[in-house]
Every structure is written in C-alpha cells, then in structure tokens.
Design a protein around this ligand. Structure first.
Ligand code: GLV
Ligand code: MN
Ligand code: MN
Length: 409
C-alpha cells in the first residue's frame, strides 16, 4: 500500500466551493433540496467531473449515482466512498457534499499517481439523505440496502403532493441500474462532525464507531376551526395550543439522559389564519438515543402525554411512526483502517459516535462500513454558517484515501 501519497487539498477545496455555488444562499449557506432543479444542476456538474476523471457513471432506479474506476481485478466487489449532495432548507456547504467531493478527490489522486487498485473503486452519491423534502431520511441508500422497497421510495410525497418518482423523472435522474443487490467490498464516508467534540478536544479526525438510533413520528392533532372572537376559551378545541404541550413533553423526555435527543422541527398549522382557532396541527418528532431502550422510553412517554393532552383539549391525536433504525455499529475492520490511516498520517484523533444519521448507517447493513469525521466550526451544522477549514477537510480526505487503499488493495 502507498502510504506516501496525498490528495490535492486545493483541488478538493475548489470543488467544494464550486459546488456550493449551486443553491448558494445570501448568508453563505446552500439550499439545494433533493430532486429539485438545483439538485439536477449539482448532479450534472458532479457527473461531468466524474467523466472528466475517466470514471464510468451509472444511475440506479432511485437516482443514486455511482462513478466507477476499474480495478486490476474488476470482478472483485468494489470499494465505495461517498455521501450526498442534497441539503437542508438552511443547509451549509459541507454536510454531504464533503463526502462526495472527498471520494472524487480520491479517484482524481489515484489517477494522478497512476495507481490501479486491485478492486474497483466507486464514488457514490446517494439521493435524498436529508429527508427534508421526502420521507424517509436516507431513503435511497436505504433502498440500496433493502431497508425500503423501491416502490415505497418512489411513492413518497412532499408537502405539495409531488411524488419522489415524478420529481426524479423531472430532473432526468431516474436511472436504469437495479437498486442494490450487489456485493460491496467496503464503504467509507467522510463527513463534517456536525457537533462540537473534535473542536473542543483539539482533534483533527473522528474515528466514527457508529451512530445513534432514531425514531421519527408525524403527529396530527385535530380539533375544530373556530372564530377567534366569539368562541369562548372553554369551548375551543385548539389543535395548535394542544400541540404545544406535546412539544414541551418531547423536549422534557429528551433531557432526562445525556445521550437522548428530542426535536420537533417541522410544523404545519391549518388553516393558519390569524383570527381562526387552529383546527389541525401536524408536526414531526425526531427522537435519537444510543440505546433502543432510550427510544422506547421517549416513545412511551410521548404517547402517554398525547393521550392526556387529547382528553384535556378535546383533540384527536394521530401518531404515525415514519422512521426507525436502531443504533448502528460500524465494521471493526473498516474502523481500524480509518484509525490506522489517521495514526500513519500523524493526525490527532478520537473515537466518536455520530449523532447524525448518514447513508453509511444503511450501507453498513450490506457492506463493511466506517466513517471519518472532521471538525466543523462551533459544532454548527444544518445551518448556513457551517464551516470546516481547508486543512481539516484535506486531512479527512487523506485518511479516506488511506482507508480506501487499505481495502481496495
Ligand atoms: C441527517 O442529516 C440527520 O438528520 O441526522
Ligand atoms: Mn449529511
Ligand atoms: Mn444533514
């Protein structure tokens, strides 16, 4: 294995900054929701770069893109590296895009060095990691790993009623390659940490050993539309007012232990008129924990509170689970390759459990998998001000290169 080669940090940074122009926001972030015209633009640019690097590009039936560099023994299962190009509505320049650009930079570096790996190497771009426009989150890597069926993914609808399948076709990325069902040698994903640990401890590389489990719900509280003036307070069935008590409870339940998280991030209020008592309020709940028992505890507490609140406020409350995956533990061999790469290159490193979900969580079910984290300023992510330094971004990519070489031969 060639331990002496290094990626081109300047080229990696230029690619990241170039990609960040697609959907750039006035505050310096990126809004590039999945399967929009901006997503198409980012994909087109990514594909053009892959082709320029001599990679063979294929697209599967849920829009995942694979850019392949042949191996000496091309029949071997490929080693993959990648992430996602979609962002949150107020996203940053690094979440997801970094992992895709880092994987591409690995391929470009192998080209520069004239290295042919034993196994093929593929750069992967997974569709709709964020789960912001369409549920479920990490939907297309989930389909690849057979956690979801392709039909389920294509049928998902956004808040305007547009289906995933229609949006995918509209941007021209409904591919013909079958979704998943093929052997992978390994999968590596580089990502910004999205939390404060690396920065606070002065480490450059996070050796990611796994990720929190998650359970999401869509909750709909139904009461009755009523006039804001003539309707006395005691006669109201105010869905939004009732929802606020459940939102409080989600936060209270998550604060019971240090490793629990509870978030209500999305709310749709109807009819959403200043002088109408709201008759229907829909909102999301995102619970995360290191243990399934923690997820169960929060779910039970939330359901009990919902029953109580429904009775107190004259509401019907429907609770629908939309996402569940247990805590994930990455492959010991892949984690060791990341650790060895960081140590070989002399980067300060620490083990870390991801609080965020990643495509790696699902790919870990069908391939040996690990992740590499780099620090992000103030631990801030899912925010337009997200920032990582060029040096840290290059360091993580160098570790990715080492891990890929260790597995691809
Ligand atoms: C993915 O961005 C997540 O919500 O963790
Ligand atoms: Mn991400
Ligand atoms: Mn994200």
């Amino acid at each position: 294995m060639r331990a002496d080669i290094r990626i081109n940090g300047e080229r990696l940074w230029d690619s990241l900054m170039h990609m960040a122009k697609i959907g750039a926001t006035p505050k310096g972030g990126v809004k590039r929701l999945t399967l929009t015209d901006l997503d198409r633009e980012a994909r087109d640019l990514f594909v053009s770069w892959c082709k320029a690097a001599g990679l063979a590009v294929s697209v599967d039936g849920v829009g995942n893109i694979f850019a392949r560099r042949a191996g000496r023994n091309d029949a071997l299962p490929p080693v993959l590296a990648g992430s996602h190009l979609d962002t949150q509505p107020s996203g940053g320049r690094f979440d997801g895009c970094y992992g895709v650009m880092a994987a591409l930079e690995v391929a470009r570096t192998l080209n520069d060095q004239g290295i042919q790996t034993e196994a093929p190497f593929e750069v992967a771009m997974w569709t709709n990691e964020e789960g912001s426009r369409f549920l479920p989150v990490m939907g297309a890597s989930g389909a690849f790993a057979r956690v979801h069926t392709v039909a389920e993914i294509l049928a998902a609808r956004d808040l305007d009623g547009v289906s995933f399948g229609a949006a995918l076709t509209a941007i021209g990325y409904a591919g013909t390659t079958p979704v998943g069902g093929r052997a992978l040698g390994a999968y590596f994903e580089a990502h910004i940490e999205q939390g404060p640990l690396l920065e606070n401890t002065g480490n450059t590389i996070g050796i990611v050993t796994g990720a929190l489990g998650q359970r999401w719900f869509d909750v709909t509280a139904r009461g009755m539309d009523a006039h804001a003036g003539p309707t006395p307070m005691h006669l109201r069935r105010d869905a939004l007012y009732g929802a606020t008590f459940l939102i409080q409870e989600v936060n209270r339940l998550a604060k019971v232990t240090e490793h629990s998280r509870g978030t209500v991030g999305m709310l749709v209020n109807r009819p959403n008129s200043r002088n109408v008592v709201p008759g229907e309020t829909m909102f999301s709940i995102d619970f995360r924990d290191t243990d399934v028992s923690g997820l169960d505890r929060m779910e039970q507490g939330m359901r009990a509170a919902a029953t109580r609140i429904a009775a107190e406020h004259g509401l019907d409350i429907d609770i629908c689970q939309t996402v569940f995956f247990p805590p994930c533990h990455f492959d010991a061999g892949c984690v060791a390759a990341v650790r060895a790469g960081a140590a070989r290159l002399g980067y300060r490193h620490m083990e870390i459990v991801s609080g965020a979900g990643h495509d790696a969580v699902y790919i870990a079910r069908v391939a040996p998998t690990a992740m590499i984290f780099v620090p992000c300023e103030g631990g801030i992510s899912h925010n337009e001000s997200e920032y990582a330094t060029p040096e840290d971004v290059a360091a993580g990519c160098n570790v990715l290169l080492q891990a890929v070489l260790a597995h691809a031969g």
